[in-house]
Design a protein around this ligand. Structure first.
Ligand code: C5P
Length: 438
């Protein structure tokens, strides 16, 4: 997409001027990785400049939230706001830093969509917050990777160039399997979902024999080895064996998903998830999706003791995800135009979107719609497409913003990933209207 970079940067500067003049604003940010990183970028600027601010983490903008913040004189919304027409009701001073498709018409908005960029792939809220506040660029990279904007291009690439120039981030080409730095090799292979490794993913015994045949030790004395611990020769051997497996069992194209750009964060605690943009993003999602977004903010701001807390949440998050994915694999229904996962009562609403995104990676040719229950009794639903489907014209955000008003729900997001909340008794109607538009 050919956006207007100069006009976007001018808007970011305008947003900075307005936000930096605020006295003790309430910063309202989203609870996922991109929301935590973008909220933390704002927090970090206020802290560095010894200016008071308050943070409020939320899951969505709804009438309850609007009511709650209506009396605030100064508000900064990060990673949400643009997509909510209800924002127009706020009368105080409001700055929105967001990348969702804009539906609200008022307020000063720094949003790439308004300048011809796709906020779903060219810049996330964290990147937008970086261009506004020009601080903590490594968090901008983590937010983009967490919002699956990989590989970084367009405005994301401009931010990446800044990160490299500031020696905050190093870019190398390496294996893309999740957990390069922190997962034991056995888990690196048996939990691999992107790319999915036929015969190895979910087959621990097969992984043990595979590594045995390659002559790569899984343990060093009593300690499980990670990919990071391997010698260069061992890394090469493993990568070429996996490439051969993908070429033979999936397709020659699948090999391209095995290696690619990886982003190492140079100023974070070495040997932890915090050194790798992708692993850092999962750690933050684990905090947000387990109702502890404040721990994620603490980690982003390098507050003492926070990493250990986040690490414990990650273990819990991985367990929930494994269980959720196992359920979804067994219980997905093919409804013709899309796959339906009814996770109501089984998969928590906080991870339903992640589960939907991880289902049948690389082999899916239709969108996924996954259902879960909110504490309020409403249905929380998440839809996920693929890049190929989006290139062919799919826009899930547009579909949800058309269908939700028909059934009395609220929803939106991006063309490739969108979510909504609808009344429980309007599901059939929703499914019919959704199918009509996919
Ligand atoms: O909740 P889920 O992970 O499925 O959300 C996917 C995307 O849709 C997110 O970017 C989220 O902010 C957006 N969304 C929205 N309105 C909702 C639910 C989700 O804009 N009610």
């Amino acid at each position: 997409m050919a956006g207007n970079t100069a006009a976007f940067m001018d808007r970011c500067e305008e947003a900075f001027n307005a936000a930096s003049r605020m006295q003790n604003p309430l910063v309202v940010h989203h609870y996922d990785c991109d929301g935590i990183t973008s909220g933390s970028i704002v927090a970090s600027w206020f802290e560095k400049n010894s200016k008071p601010y308050r943070l409020l983490t939320v899951r969505k903008v709804d009438s309850e939230l609007i009511e709650k913040v209506k009396k605030e004189k100064q508000l900064i919304f990060v990673d949400l706001g643009s997509g909510s027409p209800a924002m127009d009701e706020l009368k105080g001073e409001v700055v929105i830093i967001d990348h969702h498709q804009p539906q609200c018409k008022s307020h000063l908005q720094a949003n790439p969509h308004l300048f011809g960029f796709d906020g779903g792939s060219e810049l996330s809220a964290a990147g937008c917050a970086y261009f506004v506040f020009r601080t903590s660029v490594d968090l901008g990279i983590v937010g983009a990777v967490g919002d699956i904007q990989y590989p970084l291009r367009s405005l994301n690439k401009t931010m990446l160039d800044d990160a490299v120039a500031q020696t905050e981030v190093e870019v190398t080409t390496d294996i893309l399997l999740f957990g390069r730095n922190s997962r034991p090799l056995l888990q690196l292979l048996s939990f691999a979902d992107d790319p999915y490794l036929p015969g190895l993913t979910a087959h621990e015994d097969a992984c043990i024999s595979f590594m045995g045949e390659l002559g790569i030790e899984l343990k060093n004395e009593n300690k499980w080895r990670t990919y990071r611990d391997l010698s260069q020769a061992e890394k090469r051997k493993l990568v070429s064996a996996l490439a051969e497996l993908l070429a033979l069992r999936i397709s020659p194209e699948a090999v391209h998903k095995l290696t690619g750009e990886v982003y190492t964060l140079l100023k974070r605690q070495p040997g932890t998830e915090l050194c790798d943009a992708s692993e850092f993003s999962t750690l933050l999602n684990a905090c947000g999706r387990n109702d502890k977004p404040e721990v994620g903010v603490d980690v982003c701001l390098s507050r003492p003791g926070s990493y250990e807390k986040a690490h414990a949440l990650l273990a819990e998050h991985r367990k929930n995800l494994r269980e959720g994915i196992a359920f979804a694999m067994k219980n997905s229904q093919d409804l013709g135009k899309f796959l339906l996962i009814d996770g109501r009562g089984v998969i928590p609403d906080s991870i339903i979107g992640v589960v939907a995104g991880m289902l049948f990676p690389g082999q899916r040719n239709k969108p996924v719609l996954a259902l879960s229950l909110e504490a309020s009794g409403k249905i929380k639903l998440s839809t996920r497409g693929t890049r190929k489907l989006v290139e062919a014209g799919l826009n899930l955000s547009k579909i949800l913003s058309e269908v939700c008003p028909i059934v009395g729900g609220v929803g939106g997001g991006h063309n490739i990933a969108a979510g909504a909340s609808i009344p429980a008794d309007r599901l059939d109607e929703f499914l019919k209207e959704f199918a009509k538009r996919v």
